[in-house]
Design a protein around this ligand. Structure first.
Ligand code: FPP
Length: 245
């Protein structure tokens, strides 16, 4: 392992975008208005991430638990996502963004699934910012799916159970090709991971911002990056020595 200190800019930021409903309720607006405004915050955050040279940005857009919301809210969210893809794909592609999707995308139906695949293929050669959208994503389901893949491979004899290590397990996750998040941000003041990247965020710094997601923007991201730079990441190793006075 390298003795170099980790860089001060997080390579991978993952965001739990929370508070759209409360943003709308405070304005006596329907929840859909909060989600619509949330899309504007997505746009601002992607632009700001590019400005800061962040290489990976993962956005938790729809959790596997979100299917329990009323059908009309699920429809609104799906519509917004489709609209976002159609209206912004060109701009994202031109800005050097590569799109990745994790989660049970097939649950959104073949039409949206195909559009997601097209967007991924269209941006495949970009690498300025890797934008990962987590859709119908749940970390426990992802871990179970990885365990199933491993079990199948050991059963068929292509994988030796004694050779399974952390890196080998990681390689069976949906995020196999991605670096672990260095920083996880959750908005709206809630302080939970809510089944988001549980394996991958083992050593991530956590920042809880009271801002409701629709109000999130460049200054929030800059503050989080500055706070990250002040953190002392030790990955379980001994504390850094206190600098001499
Ligand atoms: C949480 O707020 C937010 C969501 C469940 C959806 C996030 C989706 C978007 C921002 C729009 C689509 C995304 C992309 C990538 C185009 P909440 O509804 O749980 O808020 P509440 O806790 O205040 O009720």
């Amino acid at each position: 392992m390298s003795s170099q200190p980790p860089p001060l800019i997080p390579r991978h930021i993952a965001i739990i975008m929370d508070g759209n409903g409360r943003w709308a309720a405070r304005r006596n607006l329907p929840r859909a208005a909060g989600h619509r405004e949330g899309v504007r915050a997505v746009r601002r955050t992607i632009e700001a991430a590019i400005e800061h040279n962040i290489r990976w940005l993962t956005l938790f857009a729809f959790s596997s638990e979100n299917w329990r919301r009323p059908a009309d809210e699920v429809t609104d969210l799906t519509f917004l996502l489709r609209h976002y893809l159609r209206s912004e794909l060109n701009e994202l592609a031109e800005a050097g963004v590569r799109l990745h999707v994790i989660g049970e995308r097939d649950r959104f139906g073949p039409a949206l699934e195909a559009e997601l695949a097209t967007a991924e293929a269209r941006t495949r050669t970009n690498d300025r910012l890797h934008l990962v959208i987590a859709l119908s994503y749940g970390a426990r389901a992802e871990i179970v799916a990885a365990a199933q893949r491993i079990a199948r491979e050991t059963k068929s004899g292509t994988l030796n159970p004694d050779a399974i290590d952390e890196a080998g397990f990681t390689a069976h996750l949906a995020t196999a090709a991605m670096p672990d998040p260095d920083l996880v941000i959750r908005t709206s003041g809630e302080q939970r991971l809510s089944n988001f990247l549980l394996w991958q965020a083992a050593y991530a710094e956590l920042i809880f911002d009271d801002t409701l997601w629709p109000d999130f923007g460049a200054s929030n991201l800059a503050d989080a990056i500055a706070e990250y730079a002040r953190r002392d990441r030790r990955f379980g190793a001994r504390p850094s020595p206190v600098p001499a006075q």
